[in-house]
Design a protein around this ligand. Structure first.
Ligand code: SAH
Ligand code: SF4
Ligand code: F3S
Length: 465
């Protein structure tokens, strides 16, 4: 658990509630109270949950994965696609039985899905056993919410999107072991026409570089080997801050921290992926030779309607420039199939882009209508079946390409961060974000190892050098 150096005023206020909750819990129960946190969605949400867990630990809870018997149950939700939401409705519904068994248990839902008024209303109206409902910008006030609930308030709903500075000094529990997330910017100002994130996460807000570097230094000195810098668009980092900083400069500052560790980041929006950033990636020895650069569609007309602000050609220009500067760089991406009225020609351009770039991996999504976004009211003549067929074609193409990318690595030596040891094999990732396995008689989890790649199937297979 870490505490930021400059605890903000809001956190000083919360520290009073932390103490009060901790005293209340001790006075009511002789055993250590348990808290179960379930997280959906992207890394930002995982990182938010790490802060919520940090707060829970500081109040005296112990963490468990089992909601049965837990004294505090929290669901941190995602709204990006319908499927993500459906899972939450079902799983929160299933908590009714635990509340019946243990009426003193406190049930809370938070995050992106809850931030939409219609979902908050449905939780309030149809899920009477949910005690606390809070949005994406007030998680640091969890101690206050729990205190109010334990002091007799029946139900608490807090959904304020103030867009104020991100509070520093929120306790943080790194359950990622030797890998850690550091949020650097939160919110999104891009309003891609299909996307709910700007509505549920609010405006872009960057953290000051001193706080970020201080987090990184602490994590590295505690033995962390991989730092993932997080933001919906890390390339916007620094806008609105009082210091002369942008994402490229931040990368250089973190790279200068002494120690043997690796730096990753996501997500980088192609519309402002600059040469300055690619130069920083080339110059910084700790930054991975990998770029996750979501393209969403290869068709200029779809990209225009998506409000993505780049084209097939300008995207390819970034890819070429990155390869000139960092010849062994790999790319991964996100793509949406079946955007409203996507034509066969549009989809062909997506296939063309995928073939031209040669991504090592692709995260493919079928378009999901999000009410309240501009795309939700666009006419859509594409049938479900057509979308499904396109999706399958894209997956098949990508499978072939992934195999080629992996095949091209045979004979090379890579540096693997070992992540897991099982069945005499080490599984890990190299500096290109490719999966590698090699045999080992000892557990090397959390260590870097040089591995010579000898063959490839769906992962790279090699031997220690
Ligand atoms: N900020 C990141 C994306 C965050 S959401 C970026 O701009 O690249 C992660 C991915 O979910 C997106 O890249 C997109 O491919 C997908 N996604 C977002 N909204 C979606 C929707 N309505 N339907 C289907 N996929 C969606
Ligand atoms: Fe959504 Fe676009 Fe923002 Fe990414 S950049 S979070 S896709 S609005
Ligand atoms: Fe989902 Fe919110 Fe992330 S909508 S993808 S958890 S920012």
């Amino acid at each position: 658990m870490l505490n930021g150096e400059n605890m903000s005023a809001v956190m000083a206020e919360q520290s009073v509630y932390i103490k009060r909750v901790s005293e209340l819990l001790k006075s009511r129960k002789s055993t250590v109270p348990k808290a179960c946190v379930t997280t959906y969605g992207c890394q930002q949400n995982v990182s938010d949950s790490q802060h919520l867990k940090g707060l829970l630990l500081s109040m005296g809870y112990e963490l468990t994965d089992d909601p049965d018997g837990a004294d505090f149950i929290l669901f941190n939700t995602c709204a990006v696609r319908e499927h993500a939401e459906d899972r939450v409705w079902g799983n929160v519904g299933a908590m009714k039985k635990y509340k019946a068994k243990n009426p003193n248990a406190v049930l809370a839902v938070c995050g992106c899905m809850v931030q939409q008024e219609k979902n908050a209303r449905r939780f309030r109206e149809s899920y009477p056993y949910v005690d606390i409902i809070f949005g994406t910008q007030v998680g640091h006030r969890l101690p206050e919410f729990i205190y109010r609930k334990l002091s007799g308030e029946r139900r608490i709903t807090e959904l304020e999107l103030s867009n104020e500075n991100i509070p520093e000094g929120v306790p943080f529990f790194n359950d990622g072991g030797f890998k850690a997330f550091i949020p650097i910017i939160s919110g999104c100002d891009n309003f891609c026409s299909y996307c709910i994130v700007p509505y549920v996460r609010g405006r872009e807000r960057s953290r000051g570089s001193r706080a970020i570097i201080s987090d990184a230094e602490k994590l590295i000195s505690s033995g962390v080997k991989e730092i993932m810098l997080l933001g919906q668009n890390v390339n916007s980092y620094g806008k609105g801050l009082d210091e002369e900083i942008n994402f490229a400069r931040l990368l250089r500052l973190i790279n200068d921290i002494p120690g043997d560790f690796r730096i990753k980041f996501m997500t980088s929006n192609p519309k402002d992926c600059t040469d300055e950033l690619l130069d920083a990636m080339r110059d910084c020895d700790k930054v991975e030779h990998h770029l996750h650069l979501p393209f969403q569609s290869g068709s200029d007309s779809v990209l225009r309607r998506m409000n993505r602000k780049y084209t097939f050609d300008s995207y390819m220009k970034i890819v070429r420039s990155a390869r000139e500067k960092i010849p062994d760089i790999t790319f991964t991406s996100d793509v949406i199939v079946g955007f409203p009225d996507e034509s066969d020609e549009d989809f062909q351009k997506t296939l063309e882009l995928v073939s031209t770039v040669g991504f090592s991996a692709l995260f493919t999504f079928i378009y999901s209508k999000r009410n309240g976004t501009p795309a939700a009211v666009m006419p859509d003549g594409v049938t479900r079946q057509q979308k499904g067929m396109r999706f399958d074609r894209l997956l098949k193409l990508q499978e072939k390409i992934s195999r080629n990318v992996l095949g091209s690595m045979v004979g090379k030596t890579v540096r693997v961060l070992c992540e897991e040891y099982s069945g005499d094999y080490i599984f890990g990732k190299d500096e290109h974000q490719l999966n590698v396995k090699f045999s080992s008689s000892e557990d090397l989890t959390g260590k870097f190892e040089n591995v010579k790649i000898t063959s490839a199937d769906d992962v790279l297979i090699g031997e220690r050098v």
